[in-house]
Design a protein around this ligand. Structure first.
Ligand code: HEM
Length: 408
């Protein structure tokens, strides 16, 4: 099966207007049928599923494979070959189906224990407070650079057990990897990241700590649990899955709250509303856009349309979260919404391992920010905000604010 984008001129495209605001595009897609073929933002032809019930069902359907790199037909078009990435990175658990996925995930879940995650809360608060102290003396700051980024980066590094000082190196490589268009362009940054993590594993083997990497190394030494490649690939994934999405969620959350001053005021008056508000922010504007990628191992019927075997399928979590058949008035942010059963963290066997940690970080950072700066204000109009859509996520590149209001 060889498909060229040129053969699909007539298909809807997730173009630049999609990156700017995907929600009107989702609405049109959802209204025109349960599933469509589109040319994705990455130029790859794929099927997109946009309704909540269908997404929920397909998240637990074993015919939808996550092992893209294994199952992709070698005859596929160039665009689809980009899913063949570095051998070691392919070992991350997200790219496996059972039984490999079950084995790897068990080990990582054990290392990423609830105790270890809850124990991070005071540390998240401490990191946040230090950054807010530094913001206090500023007239105008970029919230992404000064707050939304440093907290998740430090937390991810500390919990995993890698030096936060290495951030400039791994951040650059990750940017290159996310921005790469072809498998060829992915090779160098993927190699740099896996070599870096292999080095970290070697250092940790010699001197263990109370961190996730040490716990994973321990597990890998038990017979048949985790190969070296799975250890390194899994650790790279934990680092980046952990901080990129959380930065994006905090950034979008701060922006959305600032655009809804009456709900922001309520949150300031009653911080008890915060956990629900964070869930609603994740429903309203989660970062995983356009969605998570699967491969149909067999023909799969969705609402009367058949997705043929061997197709790439995007389960659009963010479109599902705005489905009016599930969430009344879905395009309205409502921190009092009772039904918060969103799918921003996926579902089924690949449900996000870091969901609790990400939620703690978002709650602590946003809650502390709005308490500390009661006059916080956006410093630029919406037209000056730059939204970026790379690889699997969408985010605001910079969020300039006046911590003490426009009039200082
Ligand atoms: C707001 C922040 C986050 C969002 C929106 C998010 C979203 C997701 C989603 C949608 C999936 C499912 C992928 C799939 O089914 O293909 C996932 C999986 C995963 N996430 Fe997150 N995530 C976030 C934060 C984190 C954090 C903080 C960590 C770790 C420190 C993390 C680690 C992982 C891992 C390891 C997986 C793979 C699980 C598996 O394949 O079994 N994530 N995440």
């Amino acid at each position: 099966m060889t498909e060229k984008v040129a053969d699909h001129e007539a298909l809807p495209r997730l173009g630049p207007e999609f990156a700017l605001d995907p929600y009107p595009v989702y609405r049109r897609l959802r209204e025109s049928g349960p599933v469509q073929r589109v040319v994705g933002h990455d130029g790859v032809v794929q099927w997109i599923v946009t309704r909540y019930d269908d997404v929920k069902r397909l998240l637990v359907d074993p015919r939808m494979s996550s092992a893209l790199t294994k199952v992709l037909d070698p005859g596929l078009a160039d665009g689809q070959k980009r899913f063949r990435i570095d051998e070691t990175l392919q070992n991350a658990m997200t790219n496996h189906d059972p039984p490999e996925h079950t084995r790897i995930r068990k080990t990582v879940v054990r290392a990423f224990s609830a105790r270890r995650v809850e124990a991070m809360r005071p540390r998240v608060q401490e990191l946040t407070d230090t950054l807010l102290d530094a913001m206090d003396g500023e007239e105008r700051v970029d919230l992404i650079e000064k707050l939304a980024t440093p907290v998740p980066v430090a937390v991810s590094c500390e919990i995993l057990g890698v030096p936060v000082e290495d951030r400039p190196f791994f951040n650059t490589q990750m940017d290159d990897l996310m921005g790469a268009g072809t498998a060829e362009e992915k090779r160098a940054p993927a190699k740099a990241l896996t070599s870096y993590m292999a080095e970290q594993v070697a250092i940790k083997r010699a001197s263990r700590g109370d961190d996730v990497l040490s716990a994973m190394i321990e597990a890998s030494e038990e017979e048949g649990r985790l190969t070296d490649g799975e250890l390194v690939g899994g650790a790279v994934q934990l680092l980046f899955a952990g901080y990129l999405t959380t930065i994006y969620a905090i950034g979008a959350g701060a922006y959305r709250l600032l655009k809804h001053p009456e709900q922001l005021a309520e949150l300031r008056r009653d911080p008890g509303l915060l956990p629900k508000a964070v869930e609603e922010l994740l429903r309203f504007d989660g970062p995983v856009i356009p969605g998570i990628l699967r491969y149909a191992k067999e023909d799969v019927e969705v609402g009367g349309t058949t997705i043929p075997a061997h197709s790439l399928v995007v389960l659009s979590l963010t479109a599902a979260n705005r489905d009016p058949d599930r969430f009344p008035e879905p395009d309205r942010l409502d921190i009092h919404r009772e039904d918060t059963d969103h799918v921003a963290f996926g579902g089924g066997i690949h449900y996000c391992i870091g969901a609790r940690l990400a939620t703690i970080e978002t709650e602590v950072v946003l809650g502390s920010l709005i308490r500390r700066f009661p006059r916080l204000e956006l410093a630029v109009p919406d037209s000056e905000l730059r939204w970026e859509l790379k690889s699997f996520a969408r985010h605001i590149a910079e969020l300039p604010v006046f911590p003490h209001g426009a009039k200082g």
